[in-house]
Design a protein. Structure first.
Length: 263
């Protein structure tokens, strides 16, 4: 399966990426609004409101304010949402309603190249949104530089990981309404139990182990490491996990989408 996927894949997938970029340029003003307003709303609600009740949090032997704890997690959540929504709802619309995939497959592009272009575009949107959100949060002095610049390549890797599994779900769902299931059963648990709003150490041991299976858990850890310099003993394992997760679901997504599109 891997050899067949690689054989049908080339740099032509960038044509799909460029097509989506051209469409994005026409709606960029609307796309910029959520990454700008979202961190301000979250920081005000959780950082100022809830943070005054929580006080400081100790993580890996270092005490930090709650707003410092939650801000990097919000960036990681932003990475997840942008890639996942792009390669579920948006990709499904292009595939099923707009028939964009059919038009692209009428050219020399292969199915693997079309899907790869979609996943890479989802990762690109994740990176753009991260750059905007990190810039806004930087105004409050929470992100340290130059290490904070590593959030950009991290967001692209995270975007590939979440985009690949999102495309896997896109290959499975019979209609657009069914995306409610992966949103409820996969995205929502990650949102709540990936060390985003409270330390993973507060969970039972079995729940901590389960949480470490989520890609968002590793994005949150790395985001905190790059943003505020918290020592992270699992730095290399988290990077390795995200790379392996991306490769695995990338291959599965290509295979599943080929089955869906060729009937």
């Amino acid at each position: 399966m891997i050899e067949n996927c690689c054989a049908r894949l080339s740099g032509r997938f960038l044509h799909v990426w460029k097509r989506n970029l051209k469409v994005y340029r026409k709606t960029w003003k609307i796309s910029f609004i959520p990454p700008i307003l979202e961190p301000l709303l979250y920081l005000f609600a959780f950082g100022t409101g809830l943070g005054s009740l929580v006080g400081e949090i100790e993580i890996n032997g270092i005490s930090i304010s709650y707003i410092q704890f939650i801000a990097p997690a919000l960036i990681a959540i932003n990475m997840m949402y942008n890639a996942f929504f792009e390669n579920t709802y948006s990709s499904f619309v292009r595939m099923y309603y707009q028939k964009t995939f059919d038009a692209q497959l009428a050219t020399p592009l292969s199915i693997e190249e079309v899907i790869t272009g979609e996943i890479f575009w989802g990762a690109t949107k994740s990176t753009i949104a991260t750059a905007i959100m990190a810039g806004i949060i930087s105004i409050f002095g929470i992100i340290r530089y130059p290490s904070g610049l590593l959030l950009l390549p991290l967001s692209f890797l995270g975007g590939l990981a979440l985009g690949a599994i999102a495309m896997f779900f896109t290959a499975l769902v019979p209609n657009i309404e069914t995306f409610n299931l992966p949103m409820f059963l996969f995205v929502t648990p990650m949102f709540l139990f990936s060390g985003t709003f409270f330390p993973l150490e507060n969970l039972p041991l079995w729940a901590q182990r389960a949480a470490n299976l989520f890609p968002l858990t590793h994005l949150v850890k790395l985001s905190r490491f790059f943003s505020i310099g918290i020592p992270e003993p699992g730095f290399l394992p988290s990077i390795s996990y995200l790379v392996l997760f991306t490769i695995l679901f990338f291959i599965i997504a290509l295979s599943m989408m080929r089955r869906r599109l060729i009937k």
